[in-house]
Design a protein around this ligand. Structure first.
Ligand SMILES: [Zn+2]
Ligand SMILES: [Zn+2]
Length: 440
C-alpha cells in the first residue's frame, strides 16, 4: 500500500484530502504543522507528501527544502490556495515536484500522481457513462480550412480558421487538431466551465502549422485547474513535445510551452489503437509529407473518422512510375492495396471528415502535394459505406461559392452511384449530432 503524508494545518482540508487518499487504498499519515510533518516524513519515508504552504512552526517552503535534502525519492506536491506565480516558482525551487491550487479534486491528484509516480498502480478512472448506456455524440467544427487562415468576406459562410474539431462523447472532450479554430473553442469552454476545472484530450494529426498554430492561443491552457493531454506521434525530424515547444520559443511567441500554467501533458503515441476514456481510437498513417495520421473514434453513439490531410496513391504512384521507371503494374498494385486499407479503415463510419482540398482539375496539377480531390474521396466514402461525409481542409484559395460547387459535384457523384451517402462541406460553427444507439 503506498503511503502519503498530508501536512496541513486546516483540519477540515486535511480530512478531505485524507478521505480522498483513503478511498483509493493509500496509507494516510497526517500532520498539523510543518515541524510535525517533517518528523513524520523522516520516520515513515512516504512515497508522496502533500504540503500546504502557510503553516505554523515551519512553512511549506522550509518543509520542501528539508525533505528534498533528506528524502530524495519522495515526491512533494504543494497545495495552495494562492495563485501567485512567485509562490509556485519558489515552491518548485525549494524542491516541490508539483504545485496545485485548492480545491483539489481526485481527478487532478490522480493524474499528477500518475506523472510523478508512474510505478504506483492507479485504479481505473470511474466510467463517466454507465456501460451500455449511450448518449448522443456531438461534433462541433471550429476550424475547417487547410494551410493558412483566410478571414474575409469571401469565406464568411464556410469560415477561415484552420483545422479544429471538437468531439463530445461518452463523457470525454476530445479535440482533433489545434489549428486557429481552437482559439474560439477555448473561449467557449471557458464560458461553459466557468470556475470548474476541465479535462481535455487533444489529438494531433501532424504538426504542420495549420494543425498546431492555435495552441498558444488556447485559453484553457492558461488555467492551472485544467488537465490537458496532448497526444500525437513522433515527427519525422523531432519529437512531438519538441515541435510543439519550438513554435512557442522566444523569437515566435512571448510565453513558452513550459510556462503554460495548466497541467498540460504531451504524450507521444506508440500504438495505433488506444483509449480515451471509453472512446476507442484507431490511427492510420496518412499519405502526406512528414508524419501524419488520421483517427477513427468509436463512441457509444457511432464512429467518426478524421483524415484532415491525405492524398490517395493511385495517380501519385503512376506519376512516380512514369518518372522513375518503376514497373507500372507494381505501382498500380501498391496503390490498390493502400486504397483497400483506407476503405477498411473507414468502413461503416457514421461520419467521415476528410481532406478534399482540390477539385479534380486542381488535383491534376498538385499530384504529390499530400491532398485529395473531391472525386477520389467520394469514391472512397462510397466504397466504405460511410453514412455522412464532410468535405474538409478547404483550400485557402476557395471562396464560399467554390466550396458550394464542390459540394454539388460530390452530390452528383453520389447520386450516380445510387448509394445513400450524405455529403456536406464542413462549415465553421456547425454541429453534427450522432444519435444515441439503442443498447445492444
Ligand atoms: Zn493541413
Ligand atoms: Zn499538412
Amino acid at each position: 500500500m503506498p503511503r502519503v503524508l498530508i501536512i496541513e494545518d486546516d483540519a477540515e482540508n486535511r480530512r478531505v484530502l485524507a478521505d480522498l487518499f483513503a478511498r483509493e487504498d493509500w496509507n494516510v499519515l497526517e500532520a498539523k504543522d510543518g515541524q510535525a510533518g517533517l518528523e513524520l516524513a523522516l520516520r515513515n519515508r512516504p512515497e508522496l507528501i502533500l504540503c500546504d504552504l502557510l503553516m505554523p512552526k515551519s512553512n511549506g517552503f522550509e518543509v520542501c527544502r528539508s525533505i528534498r535534502e533528506q528524502l530524495q525519492p519522495t515526491k512533494i506536491i504543494v497545495v495552495s490556495g494562492r495563485d501567485y506565480e512567485v509562490d509556485r516558482t519558489s515552491a518548485l525551487e525549494a524542491g516541490a515536484d508539483e504545485y496545485l491550487l485548492k480545491p483539489i479534486t481526485w481527478e487532478l491528484l490522480s493524474s499528477t500522481i500518475g506523472r510523478l509516480l508512474p510505478e504506483i498502480p492507479r485504479r481505473p478512472e470511474p466510467r463517466s457513462v454507465p456501460e451500455r448506456e449511450s448518449v448522443p455524440a456531438r461534433i462541433r467544427l471550429w476550424g475547417v480550412r487547410g494551410s493558412i487562415p483566410v478571414p474575409g468576406k469571401s469565406t464568411v459562410r464556410y469560415g477561415g480558421n484552420t483545422s479544429c474539431v471538437e468531439v463530445r462523447a461518452d463523457g470525454e472532450i476530445i479535440i482533433l487538431d489545434a489549428g486557429t479554430g481552437i482559439r474560439l473553442l477555448g473561449l467557449a469552454l471557458d464560458k461553459e466551465f466557468g470556475r470548474r476545472s476541465m479535462k481535455l484530450t487533444l489529438l494531433i494529426s501532424h504538426t504542420h502549422w495549420d494543425h498546431i498554430q492555435g495552441l498558444p492561443f488556447f485559453s484553457p491552457a492558461y488555467n492551472q485547474k485544467n488537465l490537458i493531454r496532448v497526444l500525437g506521434y513522433e515527427g519525422a525530424r523531432a519529437g512531438l513535445a519538441k515541435i510543439l515547444a519550438s513554435q512557442m520559443e522566444t523569437p515566435f511567441f512571448p510565453v513558452s510551452l513550459r510556462q503554460l500554467p495548466s497541467h498540460l501533458a504531451i504524450e507521444e503515441l506508440r500504438d495505433m489503437e488506444f483509449q480515451v476514456g471509453n472512446v476507442e481510437v484507431r490511427s492510420k498513417f496518412a499519405n502526406h509529407p512528414g508524419i501524419c495520421v488520421g483517427y477513427r473514434l468509436a463512441t457509444s453513439s457511432g464512429s467518426i473518422a478524421y483524415f484532415p490531410d491525405n492524398e490517395p496513391y493511385e495517380e501519385l504512384k503512376l506519376l512516380l512510375a512514369s518518372r522513375d521507371g518503376i514497373n507500372e503494374d507494381e505501382a498500380r498494385d501498391f496503390a490498390t492495396a493502400e486504397r483497400a486499407k483506407m476503405v477498411e479503415f473507414l468502413q461503416g463510419c457514421d461520419l467521415a471528415i476528410m481532406d478534399t482540398q482540390y477539385t479534380e482539375e486542381e488535383y491534376a496539377k498538385h499530384i504529390g502535394w499530400g491532398h485529395s480531390s473531391v472525386g477520389s474521396v467520394v469514391s472512397l466514402a462510397l466504397d466504405a459505406n460511410v453514412a455522412k461525409l464532410l468535405l474538409f481542409h478547404h483550400d485557402p484559395n476557395h471562396d464560399d461559392q467554390m466550396i458550394d460547387k464542390m459540394v454539388e459535384h460530390a452530390r452528383a457523384l453520389v447520386a450516380k452511384s445510387g448509394k445513400p451517402l450524405e455529403v456536406e462541406a464542413a462549415r465553421e460553427g456547425a454541429e453534427i449530432v450522432l444519435e444515441a444507439k439503442v443498447a445492444a
